[in-house]
Design a protein around this ligand. Structure first.
Ligand code: GUN
Length: 294
């Protein structure tokens, strides 16, 4: 069994990005600038956004964190999005999800200029990805693809089972795994809460990408000997032994599953750090106008 060390790979990629940014700015080019809008004080969102801001500094980017209270109106948030759309110094921005219930996430996402949508959530980016056109690919799926590449994991013709069908992970990762390119070219099955025979389907998988948000859902009896396991779960489970009062738990029962695998991602330190560097890479691409030229 080989551990897929997302933390190590992400540090490597941040160094690669920082080197490129140094070269660009030395030649008088623009320093990439990412903005993040954070609404309210959700613990998970606070941590994610703080990590994104920290990664910007490590990559040599400028970052701007814009905070709003929970009671901001949808109209006011739309105005904020419009302001960032029109700010020429900001190359890309994200609105951290989830948003309060009185705000339509879809309306906010669709208001973002797709050329600054470094999260890759806008329907134009999602649509372009699904037909294989250059676009901003959402960060977690892009990070998973990068791990396959960096570990030279064969995906062609393999049976890949994706657990979960969210817009952020399940659907896009399934799309990428079926594209006619490496990494991809796999036979993809998507399982979800209504799937019948899920355990039997998993047992046929060469690759399992678990993105359900259900701690320890994937057990050893669901895994074929030699399978590749990508664990996207990051559920906060109360834990009195931790200073924070919780630990992050993946969707895979690591202790039991790991001995059966050829490769497996740990939680934390697997997919999570890759998600953040994918956002950094998208921001660099936006700054270079590498995807959309205007
Ligand atoms: N909430 C959970 N993951 C993400 C993400 O990748 N981007 C944004 N904007 N919000 C999230």
């Amino acid at each position: 069994m080989q551990l897929i060390d997302g933390k190590f790979i992400s540090e490597q990629i941040k160094q690669e990005i920082a080197a490129e940014v140094a070269e660009i700015t030395t030649k008088g080019g623009k320093q990439p600038h990412l903005a993040a809008i954070l609404v309210g004080h959700d613990g998970g969102s606070e941590t994610y956004v703080a990590n994104k801001v920290k990664a910007c500094a490590q990559c040599g980017f400028k970052s701007t964190l814009i905070r709003h209270e929970e009671d901001i109106t949808e109209e006011a948030l739309l105005q904020e999005v419009e302001r960032l759309n029109n700010d020429p110094d900001i190359d890309g921005f994200i609105v951290q999800l989830p948003l309060p219930k009185h705000i339509s996430e879809q309306r906010i996402i669709e208001a973002i200029d797709y050329r600054k949508d470094v999260d890759g959530f806008h329907p134009i980016n999602v649509g372009r990805m699904s037909i294989g056109l250059p676009c901003f690919v959402s960060a977690t799926p892009a990070g998973i693809m990068e791990l396959f590449k960096r570990y030279d994991i064969d995906t062609k013709g393999k049976h890949c089972v994706v657990l979960g069908r969210s817009n952020i992970v399940g659907k896009p990762v399934a799309t990428l795994m079926m594209q006619k390119a490496y990494p991809g070219n796999a036979t993809v099955t998507v399982c979800h809460s209504a799937s019948k025979g899920l355990k039997e389907i998993c047992r046929q998988a060469d690759i399992i990408i678990a993105a359900l948000g259900q701690p320890n859902f994937v057990t050893a009896d669901m895994v074929k000997e030699g399978a590749v396991i990508i664990d996207v779960g990051t559920t906060r489970v109360p834990d009195a032994t931790k200073k924070s009062g919780f630990h992050l738990n993946g969707d895979v029962l690591f202790k039991e599953v790991a001995p059966k695998c050829s490769y497996i991602t740990p939680v934390p330190g697997g997919v999570g750090p890759m998600t953040i560097v994918s956002l950094m890479r998208n921001t660099l691409l936006a700054s270079k106008k590498a995807i959309y030229t205007v």
